[in-house]
Design a protein around this ligand. Structure first.
Ligand SMILES: C[S@@+](CC[C@H](N)C(=O)[O-])C[C@H]1O[C@@H](n2cnc3c(N)ncnc32)[C@H](O)[C@@H]1O
Length: 246
């Protein structure tokens, strides 16, 4: 694997091609995305009707898929990166190669829209929020998680996390981080009242995972994966949950 973050500009989508072999490795550089996917899926209720559709914006390699199993949704994933979409398709996701800011799906088609770790990668995140809200049917649910536009977030999620094996170097451009209050206002403008809560990896689980990984054990087999837990502050990583008004 080339060290994509050293040779490409920050947030360059080609990094995901260079890191394609990492998506499904439990101890790989995308490990934290697995933990976040589990926490995101926990916010998604079982489908309330047959043929319910969940649109996963910026689905990557489909890490959400195993956590939706049995909930009764058709899982459609939209992403710019073809190498990731091939893996998502292999995990049962119906894939659409496209931009989350201009999704080729009709208004109101989705019972749930998920946008996990996407908005902080989109040059104009407001356009992606507008699309997410447009896709939702009245009563549909928006579930997202992203990084806040704060000094603490830049310190923890970029300067520190990129020195750990949980975040690829150069994957984030902190200039794109998403101000939590602006996100709530934007979603409201498009008919979704978002409630936010801060989240973080559980400290004990994270330390144990880092130690196991440093010793060379596979995170997936050497012990439980760290859990994502709620925290009092939205200053770094946060989830948003909201229902589309009728
Ligand atoms: C950090 S990954 C998150 C992937 C997935 N949501 C997960 O949590 O495992 C960000 C993903 O967003 C995709 N992406 C970035 N900008 C995008 C855009 N404008 N439209 C669609 N996908 C985009 C990337 O290709 C990448 O797969």
């Amino acid at each position: 694997m080339r060290d994509a973050g050293r040779t490409l500009p920050r947030n360059d989508p080609r990094q995901y091609d260079d890191l394609a072999g990492e998506w499904w490795r439990p101890d790989g550089v995308f490990a934290m995305l697995h933990w976040l996917a589990e926490a995101r899926a926990a916010l998604v209720p079982p489908a309330a009707r047959p043929d319910a559709l969940l649109v996963d914006l910026g689905c990557g390699a489909g890490l959400l898929a195993p956590h939706l199993a049995g909930k009764g949704y058709r899982h459609v994933g939209v992403d710019l990166t073809r190498s990731a979409l091939r893996q998502a398709a292999a995990h049962g996701v119906t894939v659409v190669n496209g931009d989350a800011t201009a999704v080729p799906l009709v208004d109101g088609c989705a019972d749930v829209v998920a946008a996990g770790e996407l908005l902080e990668h989109v040059p104009d995140w407001r356009l992606a929020v507008a699309e997410a809200c447009r896709l939702l049917r009245p009563g549909g649910l928006l579930v997202l998680d992203t990084l806040n536009d704060t000094a603490l977030s830049r310190l923890l999620a970029v300067r520190i996390a990129e020195r750990l094996p949980t975040v690829p170097r150069g994957i984030h451009d902190p200039r794109l981080f998403v101000d939590a209050r602006a996100l709530v206002a934007e979603a409201r403008r498009h008919g979704v009242d978002l409630r936010l809560r801060g989240i973080r990896p559980g400290v004990g689980g994270l330390l144990a995972w880092l130690v196991r990984r440093a010793r060379g054990a596979e995170g997936g087999t050497g012990g439980p994966a760290p859990r994502i837990v709620p925290t009092w502050s939205t200053a770094v990583l946060y989830q948003g949950l909201g229902v589309r008004r009728g």
